[in-house]
Design a protein around this ligand. Structure first.
Ligand code: HEM
Length: 414
């Protein structure tokens, strides 16, 4: 019997993602030699890791052949089963297919259309200005990730959601409890990430049940009111789906975008020539934001299930098996991006990055995410002469959503 290929552990081990250079070298090797790799690991049902851009694109696009239902995020089998037994398994848009997915997506869709996001521009400007002021007050010296990127992106999404500003620290703590449970920094007094996850789901449930009751009794003009009072297929959205709708908007809305911002600023700092380019011509920010989102790829994977057998990059995969779509690997595919390991805000095809996925599940919040980056960056760079690292950046230990979690910077202010 042949030994299982150990190279697939990079998709499971949260620590592997903390060393980005090593991770990307390993993924590049897989794209060349085993682009659809069967991964077998203790405690995990085997899966196929899909690392080439074309394959990730194809699987994302054909939603009737590659399903989301069951479980969309990698976790040990025992944990996934236990969440089911406890009745707290996730049921977000990501966990639905077909009509059920379309009906649920329609609930919030209008809030995320380009036009609706454009209408929020003045509010986003005001929030960005407040954070550039904060950066000034800190003398240009701070942990850019925690002091600026995280609270800025959180405030933007909470401003449409309707969660009051005083509850933002709670939202932040709970997001970290759900997405960052594998990182020792966020585990606190707990020793078991699973305990952190179940505790966090319980707290989210308490918080959002109260918010939902409040918005049903006294509707306002925010997104929380829309979710709390939603009808799906002619009936009120069920309790479980409502809870997870709140949860996905509250968590996916800022954790991802803040990692794109902190990791993107880190990359800029390492390329002072590109900072100067942006300072000279702020219209470059549109492309720069996409390159930052390609470079950081904050969402590391989602899973899909095969409805029928399929062939990807010459590998036959039987029906019922599951695929892990590796967005960070696809975004460094040399077949699509020239010199993919370089950060280049003038990259001609940066917009092809696949960080937001594709097909029917294409990120609902992509317009917001892009606009948040495009709004803050020119304001920030207009405030500084030079910006440098003031210590080593630190990466989150996470195999689902992650990036630069601490970014010490020092800037000379204008
Ligand atoms: C740079 C920031 C972001 C990245 C990299 C990102 C990435 C992703 C990815 C990869 C998916 C799954 C796509 C697929 O399965 O094909 C997704 C879905 C989703 N994202 Fe984002 N996201 C970001 C920002 C946001 C924001 C600001 C929100 C706002 C609430 C948001 C809300 C959602 C929702 C609700 C879904 C589920 C969509 C569905 O299944 O229909 N995301 N995102």
């Amino acid at each position: 019997m042949t030994e299982p290929d150990q190279r697939g552990t990079i998709f499971i081990d949260p620590l592997a993602y903390a060393d980005q250079q090593a991770w990307h070298e390993a993924a590049a090797d897989l794209r060349r030699t085993a682009p659809v790799l069967r991964v077998e690991a203790d405690g995990y049902t085997p899966f196929w890791a899909v690392t080439r851009y074309e394959d990730v694109f194809t699987v994302s696009r054909y939603n009737d052949r590659f399903l989301n239902t069951r479980n969309s995020v990698l976790g040990p089998d025992a944990q996934v089963e236990l969440l089911g037994t406890l009745g707290i398994e996730p049921k977000t848009l990501i966990h639905m297919d077909g009509e059920e997915h379309r009906d649920h997506r329609a609930v919030a869709n209008a809030w995320f259309r380009p036009r609706a996001v454009s209408e929020r521009q003045a509010a986003i400007d005001a929030i960005a200005d407040a954070f550039v002021d904060k950066f000034r007050q800190l003398g240009g010296r701070c942990d850019f990730a925690q002091d600026i990127a995280v609270p800025y992106t959180l405030r933007v999404i909470m401003s449409i959601f309707g969660v009051p500003e005083e509850d933002e620290p709670t939202m932040l703590r709970l997001t970290q409890g759900l997405f960052g449970a594998a990182d020792p920094e966020y585990l606190g007094d707990l020793s078991d990430p699973f305990e952190m996850i179940t505790r966090t789901i319980g707290e989210f449930e308490d918080y959002f049940n109260e918010l939902a009751s409040e918005r049903r009794a006294r509707p306002t003009d925010d997104l929380a009111t829309v979710i709390a009072n939603a009808n799906v297929g002619g009936c009120p959205m069920d309790r479980h789906a409502t809870l997870w709708y709140f949860t996905i908007v509250a968590t996916a809305g800022h954790d991802t975008t803040s990692f794109a911002l902190s990791g993107g600023v880190e990359a800029l700092i390492r390329h002072p020539d590109q900072v100067r380019l942006l300072q000279k011509d702020s219209s470059l920010v549109v492309n720069a934001a996409d390159e930052m989102i390609r470079w950081t790829t904050p969402v590391r994977h989602f899973l899909r299930y095969l409805e029928r057998p399929a062939v990807l990059s010459g590998t036959e995969i039987p029906a019922g098996d599951r695929l892990l779509l590796s967005y960070p690997s696809a975004n460094r595919d040399e077949e699509v991006f020239e010199d993919p390991m370089s950060f280049d805000i003038t990259r001609p095809n940066a917009t092809r990055m696949i960080s937001f996925g594709g097909g029917e599940h294409f990120c609902l919040g992509s317009t917001f995410a892009r606009r948040e980056l495009r709004t803050l960056l020119p304001k920030l760079l207009a405030a500084v002469d030079e910006i440098t690292l003031d210590g080593e950046p630190e990466f989150a230990q996470a195999n689902f959503v992650g990036g630069v979690k601490h970014l010490p910077v020092a800037a000379t202010l204008r």
